[in-house]
Design a protein around this ligand. Structure first.
Ligand SMILES: NC(=O)c1ccc[n+]([C@@H]2O[C@H](COP(=O)([O-])OP(=O)(O)OC[C@H]3O[C@@H](n4cnc5c(N)ncnc54)[C@H](OP(=O)(O)O)[C@@H]3O)[C@@H](O)[C@H]2O)c1
Length: 373
């Protein structure tokens, strides 16, 4: 994706100026030379004043979102509110014909995902769910190697992703859909769907509440997914443990162990070790600017009239499984999923390798309730 000097820039508004917007999206924009930050939308007057001044852009309140969407001053929105508000703010953006880069998980029900997709169809803009790893070199390389058969027939996947979340953060008290399965489980779920290039057909789940913690949902959850042809996947996610992230992939010719595999930051490079026919090899990918990369990729899709690979359909496929996991936790029973054809998977031409930008310290961010306890 080569950019010429006179390529127009996609003008973005940030809606929901919380931790991820301030820590990663707004700084990462500096690397996306085909994009520019043009407005912010916040409910916090202090953020409106200070961040608008820092970035030299106008600030709007949520009540004024319709006016901003009609203004002609922006082409796209990055939406990073809590998950339960993705539909509320995303639908008007898409209905206005603007483009939407929507944080994961796409929404908190299949019906909400369908409403977003329908709004996009009516408005004619592009919709990308912000799966930053779909532009990350190590992740996309691993997906490609699975497609090439490097590990033989893929049989099993296992992953643990946990951190210690502060109950005061919005994640701590919004029920299942702000809890660890939609928030963190989306990573192993999306990974295994792309690595297997298959969709799960059955879900089992069990959860627990850690003594002494006060979340209003199971803070630690174990999920088993069955795929066609007997493939199995397991992942464990937790809001109540020391930070941990890893995945293991098992084929009949080779295996993969990866860590780190899901997080981002100036020093985090996705790293994995393969064992194929008994020979071990470790690939340590350099840290890249994951947010700048996904912004550049989405803007490039808009400028060239393509649908991004992680589109509304990709977001919906994950939410369909997250909803089945919720039902499995509620009922204690395994949940069947209708077999559906495989999705598109992330391809090497999506890889972006911009150098990481500096990440602001917590005390440089304004009005944040930090997610880490
Ligand atoms: N891709 C990734 O790596 C990644 C990482 C973290 C989070 N995320 C996703 O990004 C989204 C936001 O996460 P975050 O960590 O940035 O959360 P956060 O720090 O709590 O920020 C969310 C922001 O949403 C706005 N908001 C609007 N209505 C709200 C309400 N009723 N309650 C609380 N906040 C409200 C607030 O911004 P204003 O004060 O400006 O109105 C708030 O600061 C989530 O969907 C999450 O899953 C993605």
């Amino acid at each position: 994706m080569i950019q010429t000097i006179d390529t127009p820039k996609i003008r973005y508004a940030v809606v929901g100026v919380g931790q991820i917007s301030q820590q990663a999206f707004m700084p990462g924009m500096a690397r996306a030379t085909n994009s520019v930050l043009s407005a912010l939308v916040t409910g916090d007057p202090q953020k409106a004043r200070k961040l608008a001044a820092r970035y030299g852009i106008p600030a709007y309140h949520y009540d004024d979102l319709p006016e901003l969407l009609r203004s002609g001053d922006i082409d796209a929105v990055y939406l990073a509110t809590p998950n339960a508000l993705h539909r509320r703010y995303g639908v008007p953006v898409l209905e206005a014909g603007l483009h939407l880069l929507l944080e994961k998980p796409m929404a908190t029900s299949v019906a909400d995902c369908e409403a977003l997709i329908e709004a996009q169809r009516r408005g004619g803009g592009r919709l990308m769910v912000a799966y930053r790893l779909h532009c990350e070199p190590g992740t996309v390389e691993l997906i490609s190697r699975c497609r090439n058969g490097d590990f033989g027939h893929l049989m099993a996947f296992s992953s643990t992703f946990g951190q210690n979340i502060a109950e005061a953060n919005h994640r701590g008290h919004g029920g299942y859909w702000s809890g660890p399965v939609p928030d963190m489980g989306t990573y192993p779920l999306n990974a295994v769907r792309n690595l297997f290039a298959r969709e799960p057909v059955e879900v089992h789940a069990t959860g627990s509440r850690t003594p002494g913690r006060h979340f209003d949902f199971d803070d630690t959850v174990s999920v088993i997914l069955r795929f066609a042809e007997g493939r199995l996947a397991h992942f464990l996610v937790s809001y109540a443990c020391a930070p941990v992230e890893n995945l293991t992939l098992v084929g009949d010719r080779g295996s993969v162990m990866a860590t780190p595999c899901y997080t981002f930051g100036p020093t985090i490079g996705i790293t994995y070790t393969t064992t194929i026919d008994g020979r071990q090899e470790t690939r340590r990918h350099d840290p890249v600017e994951q947010f700048g990369g996904e912004i550049f990729y989405f803007s490039d899709c808009i400028l060239h009239g393509h649908d991004p690979e992680p589109d509304g359909d990709e977001g919906l496929r994950d939410v369909r499984v997250l909803a089945a996991i919720e039902r499995a936790l509620q009922t204690g029973q395994p949940q069947k999923l209708d077999p559906i054809p495989p999705a598109r998977v992330a391809l090497p031409d999506q890889i972006m390798t911009f150098a990481p930008v500096r990440e602001p310290e917590v005390n440089e961010m304004i009005g944040i309730v930090p997610q880490s306890a």
